[in-house]
Design a protein around this ligand. Structure first.
Ligand SMILES: CCCCCCCC/C=C\CCCCCCCCC/C=C/C(=O)SCCNC(=O)CCNC(=O)[C@H](O)C(C)(C)COP(=O)(O)OP(=O)(O)OC[C@H]1O[C@@H](n2cnc3c(N)ncnc32)[C@H](O)[C@@H]1OP(=O)(O)O
Ligand SMILES: Cc1cc2nc3c(=O)[nH]c(=O)nc-3n(C[C@H](O)[C@H](O)[C@H](O)COP(=O)(O)OP(=O)(O)OC[C@H]3O[C@@H](n4cnc5c(N)ncnc54)[C@H](O)[C@@H]3O)c2cc1C
Length: 661
């Protein structure tokens, strides 16, 4: 029986068409739908006991699943697109993510043609397994501060890789702890006593015969991480080198080269390309944020429609908690954010592909913007998604705290995204630097392009005032864009003015960093809003689909406007009355979306296997499933628990004087 059938009947739009919008294309939908069912129906990919397994058992099970997935990919002749969907629906972090997601891209992006020819075929066949070994015990954010050394030995034509201090131990790389045979290791290049900065080196770590560490290599897992199951399926590792020798041709040499006679040569590509793998992965993290958030929102929305509390009239049913305006005000902006992040993710993938093509044609002009966008949007979307998953847990009341709700594990797996691939604050400071540079160049005749083109309208934006007179005026895209542009430009200019008061710009930047981060957030929110609005300019078929997306877009920007009202009011673009009208419009949009809420999460097309949540199951039959699951918990295997006779019974039977009291 479908307990959510009434909700589904209320939908005012074509769910099947929305599924295609969400997937990105009909083809993408078909692939995704087929692979999600394949995974859901295969007992080899079961994951329902994951949160109860001890680490060793959990890890071994992950190794089994990764090998099984690889076998399925081969047996079924899956394409790269299908394989990547399979990984997504298997839904378990594994060493293979780092192999495919960072090791291979690092060689592709930073290796010469010759190096790619040698290493990629081995990696593609998984005859070697690699990790990305950059972070150390003492330094993660400050990449220039890494201590591992790679010293060129001209006698033997080798690099000597060494960990000179405890803090230089590599620490965190996924896949390193127990599986990787190789790593792209980042180290300070030293030639003839002279330092040349951080470079990547392909280093073999373990024997391909018996998997033992090679001489001079000390390697292991760094230990349990946050949550049950969760990221503990990954072997994040520690690694030390004791003068390990590798051939000279194992330095990744696309960006710079070391010749046989020890000369250091920089090619015409910018040295920042050494950071290129991070740009790539940040872009994939943005594309993934909408998936994690939409998953939590599906659970919270379905459960909010099932759950009833208070408000029974004349013995009738109580109120569905989704009908409380407070619930809507917490849930619907998250639903809207999931869609917003999907569209900005699609756009960022386009931007990334564009910059990659330009780099191949030696056009490096858009690299700073690509860095700022990937860094800023990675920060914005992961922060909002991690906070959003936790909010969804609270939206499910007490039951959200059960592992069987799926939300604790989802949060625990997701939350490190705020830290890995760049701590979110550190990344926003990169965006702020980019913004300050842009403001400082405004008078120079250099026209700001792309996501900062609005800075070119600075004179207009500094003076313009909001013209909204009634709540519906907030539905005009041009009005909304101007509000977000005026806020972003004014916050950036205010920071730039304050910075100019310092004689030492670095000191000023440090002192004003909290304000700079806020300016960066305003800029990134403008990007998300503008890409959502751009999406709505496209032809979107299907009854009512565009109207729902328009409502969600409105909820996204009006919620931001309400939340950051202080910024908008402080920059004098808005009056308090206009801000209040925005809030009126926001409430009206909640009412519009309410009957469509369940159908809007159905449009994500997630299987019950993928959701892994009793509260979020498609049929909404929550209570019997919760009840049954409780009895299946291993603690309920016996009526009297182990330990009762040792620890509880003696207490009950004790004969203390105090017992008389
Ligand atoms: C058959 C097929 C099967 C397929 C199966 C599919 C399998 C699945 C595939 C994929 C799965 C998904 C994969 C993803 C998994 C993700 C898991 C996550 C694992 C986590 C990994 C990590 O965390 S790796 C380590 C990441 N570390 C960081 O991010 C460090 C953060 N710090 C930095 O980035 C930099 O150091 C910092 C940006 C802070 C710069 O510091 P600073 O010292 O100021 O910089 P400096 O070096 O001096 O340079 C300044 C100059 O350079 C510009 N700049 C900085 N960074 C970049 C950059 N990245 N790109 C371009 N430019 C950059 C900066 O703006 C300055 O410019 P100017 O001002 O001088 O112009
Ligand atoms: C689950 C997980 C997987 C990972 N996988 C990998 C991997 O595969 N390979 C790899 O190489 N690394 C990996 N990492 C490491 C990760 O990239 C780093 O942890 C991350 O870059 C943050 O660096 P940090 O730990 O040095 O944090 P820190 O920089 O020490 O941050 C600590 C605090 O200081 C603040 N801070 C730091 N610098 C500044 C500044 N300049 N201004 C203001 N505030 C600042 C930060 O905001 C933060 O609040 C992984 C980490 C995790 C958690």
């Amino acid at each position: 029986m479908d307990y959510l059938a009434d909700e589904r009947k209320k939908a005012e739009f074509d769910v099947d068409e929305m599924k295609i919008v969400w997937a990105g294309s009909r083809h993408a939908f078909e692939v995704s739908d087929r692979i999600s069912k394949l995974v859901a129906n295969d007992p080899g990919f079961r994951k329902d006991t994951r949160t109860m397994l001890a680490r060793k058992e959990l890890f071994k099970n992950t190794l089994r699943k990764a090998a099984y997935a690889w076998k399925r990919i081969h047996d079924l002749h899956l394409s790269e697109e299908e394989a990547s969907r399979l990984r997504f629906y298997v839904d378990e972090p594994a060493y293979t993510d780092l192999h495919w997601g960072m090791f291979v891209p690092a060689i592709k992006g930073q290796g010469t043609d010759e190096q790619q020819k040698k290493w990629l075929p081995l990696a593609y066949k998984m005859q070697i397994i690699g990790c990305y070994a950059q972070t150390e015990l003492g330094h993660g954010s400050n990449v220039q501060g890494l201590e591992t050394t790679a010293t060129f030995d001209p006698q033997t034509d080798e690099f000597v890789i060494h960990s000179p201090t405890l803090t230089s131990s590599k620490w965190w790389p996924g896949g390193l702890g127990k599986v990787s045979t190789h790593g792209v290791v980042y180290a300070r290049l030293i030639i003839n006593g002279e330092e040349h900065g951080i470079h990547g080196f392909i280093v073999q770590l373990r024997s391909l015969e018996d998997h033992l560490p090679l001489p001079g290599v000390t390697v292991g897992d760094i230990g349990m991480k946050f949550g049950n199951g969760a990221y503990n399926t990954m072997d994040n590792g520690v690694l030390r080198f004791d003068h390990v020798r590798i051939p000279r041709n194992q330095m990744l040499m696309r960006v710079s080269q070391v010749t046989r006679d020890g000369k250091y040569k920089q090619s015409d590509v910018p040295r920042q390309l050494v950071y290129g793998t991070m740009v790539y992965v940040r872009q994939t993290i943005v594309a993934d944020a909408s998936c994690a958030l939409s998953r939590a929102v599906t659970i919270a929305t379905r459960y909010s429609a099932v759950r009833r509390q208070f408000g029974s009239q004349n013995g009738g049913p109580e109120t569905q908690v989704i009908d409380y305006k407070t619930q809507q005000n917490r849930l619907f902006p998250l639903l809207a954010s999931a869609y917003a992040f999907k569209f900005v993710g699609e756009w960022l993938t386009w931007l990334y592909n564009d910059v990659t093509q330009r780099l191949q044609a030696s056009d490096f002009s858009t690299l700073p913007e690509a860095h700022a966008c990937t860094a800023g949007l990675k920060s914005l979307t992961t922060t909002a998604t991690a906070d959003g998953i936790e909010e969804c847990r609270k939206l499910c009341g007490g039951h959200g705290y059960l592992c069987s709700s799926g939300l604790p594990e989802l949060f625990a797996v997701y939350v490190p995204a705020c830290t890995y691939e760049g701590d979110n604050t550190v990344l926003l400071l990169q965006v702020a630097r980019f913004l300050m540079k842009t403001v400082s160049q405004l008078g120079s005749g250099k026209k700001p392009l792309g996501t900062i083109s609005y800075m070119g309208k600075i004179e207009h934006l500094m003076q313009s005032r909001c013209t909204v007179q009634k709540a519906e005026d907030w539905l005009k895209p041009s009005q909304v864009l101007e509000a977000f542009e005026a806020r972003a430009v004014k916050m950036a200019v205010s920071c730039a003015k304050n910075l100019s008061k310092f004689t030492n710009p670095e000191e000023g930047f440090a002192e004003l960093s909290a304000d700079l981060v806020e300016a960066a957030v305003a800029h990134c929110q403008l990007i998300v809003v503008s890409k959502f609005i751009d999406k709505l300019q496209q032809d979107i078929p299907g009854k009512g689909v565009k109207q729902q997306l328009e409502a969600l877009c409105g909820i996204y920007y009006l919620y931001l406007l309400h939340k950051h009202q202080g910024d908008f009011l402080a920059t004098s673009y808005l009056t308090p009355k206009q801000a209040a009208l925005a809030n009126d419009q926001l409430r009206a949009l909640y009412t519009k979306v309410r009957p469509n809420a369940v159908a809007l999460v159905d449009s994500f097309n997630y299987t019950d296997h993928f959701l892994g949540s009793i509260l979020g199951c498609y049929d909404g039959n929550v209570y019997p499933k919760l009840y049954d699951a409780a009895w299946k918990d291993p603690l309920n295997d016996s009526v009297v628990p182990e330990g009762y006779h040792e620890y509880v019974r003696p207490l009950l039977k004790q004969q203390l004087h105090t017992a008389k009291l």
